[in-house]
Design a protein around this ligand. Sequence first.
Ligand code: SF4
Length: 230
Amino acid sequence: MDSLAELDDRVAGCAACPRLVAWREEVGRTKRAAFRDWTYWARPVPGFGPSDAPLAIIGLAPAAHGGNRTGRMFTGDRSGDVLYQALYDVGLANRPTAVSRDDGLELHGVRITSPVHCAPPENKPTPGERDTCRPWLVQELKLLRPTLRAVLVLGAFGWQAALPAFAEAGWAVPRPRTVFGHGTRVPLDGIDLFGCFHVSQRNTFTGKLTPDMLREVLRTAGEAAGLAVK
Ligand code: SF4
């Protein structure tokens, strides 16, 4: 694959996980009442952001009525509300909200992706689904590698999925592998790898992850990537 645009097209057409294909399409048919006028995307959600991004953010998987509805990462759900507000606050996005694929949102030097591209039931992909989806992340990391300087991983699931993907993409991953933690920073073969609690409602509603904490990690990761943050 020569380009991220080509990769994104191919991801969006993937049907390798029968359980997730069935779920994403069923959610698209049954919908949530508040979104009954929407035509759900109901397909794999590709990464979002420029192909020459020096900073990548890796989450978990699209939300059933968020990315699976709108077709863009973290767009149209509470987790995305928190993430995009923080990206805007530190100068890495041109607007603080994300509601649809044509809302004009642009990221500055940031590419957002996930180790699993289809919405899973209860936000829980199986280890087998994670492994089946890994080649897409490996390809994305390879294509980003020339410009990539830092990676921020949201949550332990993403961390566990990202480290083997880095190894498969050609990075030298230190052993034993560093355990995930909020604020963890690991030098990884020319890039800086950061851990951050996931922006899930469970973490943000309980105060486990506050907007201040998220902004701080984004600033640090942005600076490590050579981006202008505020
Ligand atoms: S989760 Fe990944 S591998 Fe599985 S169907 Fe979706 S895009 Fe394909």
